[in-house]
Design a binder for this molecule. Structure first.
Ligand code: GLA
Length: 737
């Protein structure tokens, strides 16, 4: 017995020693954070830690606090837990067992480092490569995975996540952004319990209408804006997705994020490389605000088209005239937006189709020829007028869609997403279908439509690219019978090919992504698009909530935010013009109404407001966002501010949200300023009353005062918004005395 015990002890020591001896540590490092892995060549590659940096990272490994879980857990040996990868090999074997082959670190530039981890199965020619790209200054890591094999027959992939990571906490909460048409990006915060929480989409086309593929996990209770540990992540993908948070008895939640594998089994051919979308994440020990600012900095610097270029002030025709895009009316709108100081006019839906003219939502999609009745002289007069007025011209398209009543469908009924022997489910107007972008012929057609329109009408500077249908009747004639389940992925690949070509041939084209409002708010799409339409709901109060949620992951340059008519067309509610304008100013400002419907005062206010926006635009569009009072806290108000990177300028916005109550708000403590600097605070966008343009009393007690950053952040400013839907905009500029 004694001998047996010493033998066990000896074995234990040997295992321990060899583990200690051979386990290398691999660190993916950013300015304030580290992600730590351990591994041995021909041994396992394990995730240990993600969070704030310490001077000596070896302590994380030495101390044994690391999580020591497979960095990319695969199904088959351990079969009880949720996995990142699940396959069936060509011989029917259901398991994958991954070992480390090599870790390579490449310095891409002064700020970016790429760590590549090659893993192999020791019994099958099956390989997985994990990529971790670290953006040092932004404190962001972008992670993705490639899967390939050299088996003689195809391998079926059932699960193929982008990224997996265990998180340990007693009291973790997840914030996600749930919504609906007209009510996008509503913030929901839930405690992570044992069992699985899944955030997902299966719409095929507009994947952010119901839940954005973005989450914030706070590790120490509900997340707060400025305190606490938060991990934020977003999946760079516009197709179906799943973000799983699988909580278990170890006080551990396994985060697994990637494409939605549902109905998407993927038959991987020999040597084919399956590349997943990336998952972009950051860690903050200063609350959600910092996590949000990190992701947004990364977005502007590395992902969004022209991420550091100013966005123009737009008039969009939709809510002003809907389908009535007659030449005379369009010309008047161009004149008006130019007169108000705007910079771009967009002619929305209604301008196209002749065989089945686009009079309403039931006809014409797919036929992108200018409607001869509404625009007998084509687009030229509009483009010319815009040029003459020194503004840009843009146009609405829904390139992926077709109506039953269209010349395109008459000619190519087999180009729509449909199944043999089944009735196709129709969308908007009881008549809309999705074009089959898994089919290369359809990809070429869609590309050519846009390309030709731009070439034949020199001077179209902007496209609003809409997509108002989900995918039904999944399948494609372009895919083999055993690959029909690739459809969701192939649709996206086809769409991406079209977008790549357009960006390549038309690099200066400005593009807005729209999908029944905010259905395509993803970092995937922001590679091609400058912005997205935040929501079809233009009600200013609704927008305060929608834009609040959106602002956690996307900068103001992305969020198209327009002033519309009262009563609002979606909600029937009315607000003062100033309130609507001030709300729109917190994003990429635009107008979504017929300027002729404005009163003279509103028109005048708009002119002054546009001038103000131009002046403060760099701060709003490129500054850091600090949220001061959340509309979700039910205090009857909402406040936020943008601060320039060098902290010499800031803009504060405050809104009274409550219809029924009159409030005295406590002083607003500002955030993000430099406590050493002195600032002058000036209220702008003051209401204009009466024809004599009398200005109302300031709503800031200390208007025009000069204060230190320290005072403004510790004690604050008093704003007086005593009535419902009053608002205030304050310009804050450094003064050097
Ligand atoms: C969608 C968009 C709107 C508008 C209409 C036009 O609903 O979200 O902004 O462009 O289509 O039909």
């Amino acid at each position: 017995m004694k001998q047996l015990i010493s033998l066990i002890a000896l074995i234990a020591i040997t295992i321990n020693l060899s583990a200690q001896k051979a386990r290398n540590k691999y660190v993916v490092e950013t300015k304030n954070n580290v992600m730590v892995f351990t591994g041995t060549i021909d041994g396992k590659f394990n995730f240990q830690y993600y969070g704030q940096k310490v001077n000596d990272v070896t302590q994380i490994v030495k101390s044994g606090i690391g999580l020591n879980e497979d960095a990319y857990p695969a199904f088959g040996l351990e079969c009880t837990e949720e996995k990142a990868l699940q396959v069936t090999h060509s011989d029917g074997n259901l398991s994958v067992d991954l070992y480390l082959k090599a870790v390579n670190v490449t310095k891409v530039d002064d700020n970016v480092t790429l760590t590549t981890v090659s893993l192999y199965d020791n019994k099958y020619p099956f390989n997985v490569t994990l990529f971790y790209k670290a953006f040092y200054k932004e404190d962001v890591i972008e992670a993705w995975t490639e899967i390939t094999h050299q088996e003689n027959l195809p391998v079926m992939l059932y699960k193929f996540a982008s990224f997996a990571m265990p998180i340990r906490s007693f009291n973790a909460w997840v914030t996600h952004f749930h919504g609906n048409w007209s009510d996008e990006m509503g913030m929901v915060e839930e405690k992570l319990e044992r069992g699985m929480q899944v955030i997902k989409n299966k719409e095929g086309v507009r994947n952010t209408q119901f839940d954005n593929p973005s989450i914030m996990i706070s590790l120490d209770g509900k997340a707060s804006e400025n305190q606490g540990e938060v991990i934020a992540g977003t999946l760079v993908w516009t197709g179906n997705y799943r973000i799983k948070l699988d909580g278990n008895f170890k006080n551990q939640t396994n985060l697994i994020a990637g494409m939605n594998e549902d109905a998407s089994n993927y038959l991987l051919e020999k040597n084919e490389v399956f590349k997943t979308p990336s998952f972009v994440l950051t860690y903050s020990n200063a609350g959600k605000g910092q996590a949000s600012r990190n992701i947004i900095r990364w977005g502007r610097n590395y992902q969004i088209v022209d991420g550091n270029k100013e966005r123009l002030i737009i008039l969009n025709s939709w809510e002003g005239v809907y389908f009535d895009t007659e030449e005379k009316v369009m010309l008047e709108m161009i004149n008006d937006i130019a007169d108000m100081g705007g910079e771009l006019f967009v002619m929305d839906d209604g301008w196209f189709a002749n065989k089945y003219p686009r009079k309403n939502e039931t006809t014409g999609l797919g036929d992108w020829d200018v409607n001869k009745q509404k625009l007998p002289n084509g687009l030229k007069p509009l483009i010319d007028r815009a040029k003459e007025k020194n503004i840009k011209f843009g146009i609405w398209l829904e390139p992926e869609m077709v109506n039953v009543k269209s010349d395109l469908f008459d000619k190519h009924p087999d180009w729509v997403v449909s199944q043999p022997n089944r009735t196709t489910i129709l969308g908007r107007g009881g008549s809309q279908m999705t074009l089959d972008l898994a089919n290369p012929k359809v990809q070429d057609h869609v590309y050519n439509i846009i390309h030709n329109l731009l070439v034949e009408n020199q001077g179209i500077a902007y496209i609003k690219w809409d997509a108002n249908h989900f995918i039904s009747n999944v399948g494609s004639i372009a895919l083999a019978a055993n690959k029909q389940s690739h459809f969701y992925i192939e649709y996206q690949r086809g769409l991406h090919k079209v977008l790549e070509r357009i960006r390549f041939t038309h690099p200066d084209l400005i593009m807005q992504a729209c999908a029944s409002g905010g259905g395509r708010a993803t970092y995937d799409f922001m590679k091609y698009f400058h912005e997205f339409w935040g929501s079809d709901n233009t009600d200013a109060l609704s927008r305060i909530f929608i834009q609040w949620g959106t602002s956690y992951f996307y900068p103001a340059i992305n969020i198209a935010s327009h002033v519309s008519k009262s009563p609002n067309h979606q909600t029937g509610r009315s607000y003062p013009h100033k309130f609507k304008f001030d709300v729109a100013m917190t994003g990429r400002l635009g107008i979504e109404m017929q300027p002729k419907d404005m009163t003279p005062n509103e028109y005048e206010f708009t002119k002054v407001g546009i001038q103000n926006y131009k002046r403060i635009r760099p701060v709003i569009q490129f500054g850091d966002l600090y949220r001061i009072v959340s509309p979700y806290d039910n205090f009857g108000m909402s406040a936020l501010m943008y601060v320039s990177e060098s902290k010499d300028k800031a803009v504060f916005f405050g809104f009274n949200l409550d219809k029924n109550l009159t409030y005295n708000f406590p002083p607003m403590k500002l955030n993000g300023l430099d406590s050493e600097k002195k600032y002058k605070i000036t209220e702008i966008n003051k209401e204009i009353q009466g024809t004599e343009k009398k200005k109302v009393k300031s709503r800031v007690s200390s208007d025009n005062g000069i204060f230190t950053g320290e005072y403004l952040s510790k004690i604050g400013i008093q704003i007086n918004l005593r009535e419902a839907y009053q608002s205030v905009v304050i310009e804050i500029n450094e003064v050097k005395l």
